[in-house]
Each structure stands twice: as structure tokens, then as C-alpha cells.
Write a protein that binds this ligand. Sequence first.
Ligand SMILES: C[S@@+](CC[C@H](N)C(=O)[O-])C[C@H]1O[C@@H](n2cnc3c(N)ncnc32)[C@H](O)[C@@H]1O
Length: 279
Amino acid sequence: MSICVPMIFLDSYTAETILQSLKRGENEIEISIDLGLSESIIRLAEYKWDISKLRKIVEDPDTVYFINEEGVFKAAIRGKSFYKLMPAGKNKAPALLIDGVLMHRIKDIDPMKDARMKAKLCARKGSEMLEICTGLGYSTIACLDNAVSTITTIERDSDVIELARINPWSQRLFEDERVEMIIGDASEKIKMFSNKRFNGVLHDPPRFTLGPELYTEDFYEELYRVMKPKGVLYHYVGSPGSRYKKKDLPKGIMTRLRKVGFQRVQRKNDTLGVTGFKP
Ligand SMILES: C[S@@+](CC[C@H](N)C(=O)[O-])C[C@H]1O[C@@H](n2cnc3c(N)ncnc32)[C@H](O)[C@@H]1O
């Protein structure tokens, strides 16, 4: 496929739609080339389609592909780990996979809807937010949509940010002036903030075994320290009753949050998280 047009993103659904359209000999189709954010009219004859590559994409429903003037590529990066975008349903924001581990919820929900539900619990109009774990920026974007005044977001892995750069659903992360992005380990970077700096914190860590430093009492003390009085914390904790070394993880998290001073620490089952308030 040799083309000279803006990037086209394909998942198995859009690849199948193009294949069918080519089979019917159509000249143009209306289709989304940005994973469902918008619809465009594509003139099929302007592209040199490789039918066998399109078939491969149809047969690989777990991968997002993109086409540019240099060819067809997986939306993936091989670095310290293997990072890729995975379709989460037709016209839905894709999920992030790191070494095969899903970083977003896709069962009975989609990643952006989940992010909006999390932001609703902690990001209030006009607030200064801190987000731990930028990922693809969906929760950052959801906070922006809640009219926060600023959001500082920390991501350890620069390859994740590189993947976000090509993801159509992440673009506002790089465009909105209210966003300050910091690359580094949040358990270290948080130490640079002054006391009582943020009104709200959205803490969206990977599962415990992939980021234990983000679940410690010391880290929770830091979260508490950087929050203003009346500040609200949302903390993703995973499935109720999830266990590590026979310990009930959510229960242990809630105990430690209370220990460092958070009050009204409550489960929020819809988002598999907990909220807590700084008095
Ligand atoms: C569940 S994803 C975050 C999803 C994100 N909030 C979104 O809306 O797309 C978790 C992210 O945390 C990052 N991470 C893991 N350990 C970290 C650490 N110590 N500091 C900062 N980020 C970390 C991972 O690289 C991964 O991108």
C-alpha cells in the first residue's frame, strides 16, 4: 500500500469494511480512520490496497494498525517491554497492553468511559489535579473535560507516552495547555511538590505486582501531604477481594489510607476503586 495521505488507523472491523467495499467495486466509503473519533469519506482508488495485508488485519482483532506513506504498521513499540494498542470495541478508545498485560478495563466497559467515571469522583471544576500514571492519557482528558484548572500527570515509561503520541484518542494530552506531563517514577517525583498543592488526586496504578511502590504507606503519606484540606483522592484498587500473598489487597489499601489520615475512605465498585478525603 503506497499512499501519500494522513495516517489511517485500522482495526479488524474497519479493515473488513474496506475489504467488502473493494469487493463490491465501490469508489468511496464513509469510514472512521481515527478509531471512531470521526467519520471520513475515503476514495478507495487513491490507495494501493494490499488485500492480503487487509485480510491479516481482519484476522488480528487484538491489534490496532496504522497506514502511512511508508507502509502498514502495528501500533506497537518494542522497547524495555512490548507496548501495543488493542482495540476495545467498535469506535472505542483502544486499550494499552504492556507485555500482554491489559492496562485498561474493556469488559462491559470501555477505557474512556471508565476514565470519565474515575474523573467524576475526584476532578472538580477549577481544581488543581495531580494524576499518578498517565498511561494513554484518558483519565487526564476526562479531568480536562471536568473543567479542572490544571493537571499534573506522572508516567514512568517514556515508551508509553510515545505510543500515546500516535493514538488518536490521546492527542489532547499533548495539546491542552492545562496539562503538565512529568516522566519518571511517581514515588520519587512526588517528593518535589510542596505541601497542600493539589485539590484532587487521581491515582491509577497498574496492578500491585507491576507497581508495588505505588501502594505503600510511604507513598500514601506523600499523596496526603501534597493535597489541600478538603482534597479528594480516587485510587484504583482492582477487583474486590483481589489477593496477593493471601492478603486482601483492597482491604489493606483502605487500612493504609486511613492510617496516613484519609477520612471517609469508601469503595467505589463501579470503577473498582476507593475514594478518600483529606480533612
Ligand atoms: C493503568 S495504566 C494508567 C492508565 C491511564 N490513567 C489512562 O487513562 O490511560 C498504569 C500506568 O502506570 C505506569 N506506571 C507504572 N509504575 C509507575 C510509577 N512508579 N510511576 C509512574 N507511572 C508508573 C505504567 O507505565 C502504565 O502506563
